[in-house]
Ligand binder design. Structure first.
Ligand SMILES: *[C@@H]1O[C@H](CO)[C@@H](O)[C@H](O)[C@H]1NC(C)=O
Length: 273
């Protein structure tokens, strides 16, 4: 559903939020937000070009690769390079300082845009008598935005910690990043990078944009990050019961309607103290 709801105003808002809360941190979370926001701009621009809602762009006619056996190029291939170019102009505009923060943001913005290119896939359509698929036409399509989100979440989990290095250059001092640990694989352009440890998100802190975890719903049987132990940061949790009306005992009547009863189900809801 996110794909449909990602619009340019939303992305502009997202970027503003990014700058407000995360520009001054160089954490893993900041890396993720920069990557997904710049991917969001590229994605939205690319999609509106393909839908014909922008006049300066359209479909990608430079088809990559030759058609395979039994199909030919057709339809509208989405021009992700144009979308990425707009994103680069827009999301990277403020990231031109010679400092480490800018270098990190530029890297993660680019990783976000690259993720779309990585996940582009062929979509095909059959033509012919009643689905005989005599002729098949194919075009390049962006993935669902959800898929990009999942991909970047993996990149967040495996993000590379860097250290800042200062160099004296003709234009003055320039900061660059190098991997902190050389026994790990060095990050590629597809990987996210950061150089500050994450703050503690347990307590509310406007400076880091943390809302804290008080009153968050947690899962009492999970040992993962959504489990009450971890999510509540050891503060424990409250349990309340909630009654929800649900449709039940549904019976199909000939012909054609379904009649249900309403049942009250009781759920335990756990929230962090
Ligand atoms: C809670 O966690 C358990 C174990 O991970 C899982 O099977 C269950 O579906 C979760 N419940 C909810 C409501 O997410």
């Amino acid at each position: 559903m996110l794909a449909a709801s990602i619009t340019q105003p939303l992305v502009v808002f997202l970027l503003a939020a990014v700058h407000r809360f995360l520009s001054f941190t160089a954490t893993r979370e900041s890396a993720f937000v920069h990557a997904i926001a710049s991917a969001g701009v590229a994605f939205a621009v690319t999609r509106s070009c393909a839908e014909g809602s922008a006049t300066i762009c359209g479909c990608d006619t430079r088809h990559k690769g030759s058609p395979g056996e039994g199909w030919k190029w057709g339809g509208c291939s989405e021009d992700v390079e144009f979308g990425s170019m707009v994103s680069r102009e827009f999301a990277d505009a403020r990231e031109n300082r010679p400092d480490a923060r800018s270098a990190m943001n530029r890297h993660n913005n680019e990783a976000g845009r690259t993720s779309i290119i990585e996940l582009m896939h062929l979509k095909c359509k059959c033509h012919g008598l009643s689905g005989s698929c005599e002729v098949k036409t194919c075009w390049w399509s962006q993935p669902d935005f959800r898929v990009i989100g999942d991909y970047l979440k993996d990149k967040y989990d495996s993000a590379s910690e860097m250290v800042v290095e200062k160099h004296r250059e003709s234009r003055g001092w320039v900061e660059t990043l190098r991997p902190k640990y050389n026994f790990f694989k060095a990050p590629t352009e597809k990987d996210l990078v950061y150089y500050e440890n994450s703050p503690n998100f347990c307590e509310p802190n406007p400076e880091t944009g943390s809302f804290g975890t008080r009153d968050r719903i947690c899962n009492v049987t999970s040992h993962g990050i959504d489990g009450c132990d971890l999510l509540c940061c050891g503060r424990g949790h409250n349990t309340r019961t909630e009654k929800r009306k649900e449709k039940c005992h549904c019976i199909f009547h000939w012909c054609c309607y379904v009649r249900c009863q309403e049942c009250i189900r009781v759920y335990d809801v756990h929230t962090c103290k």
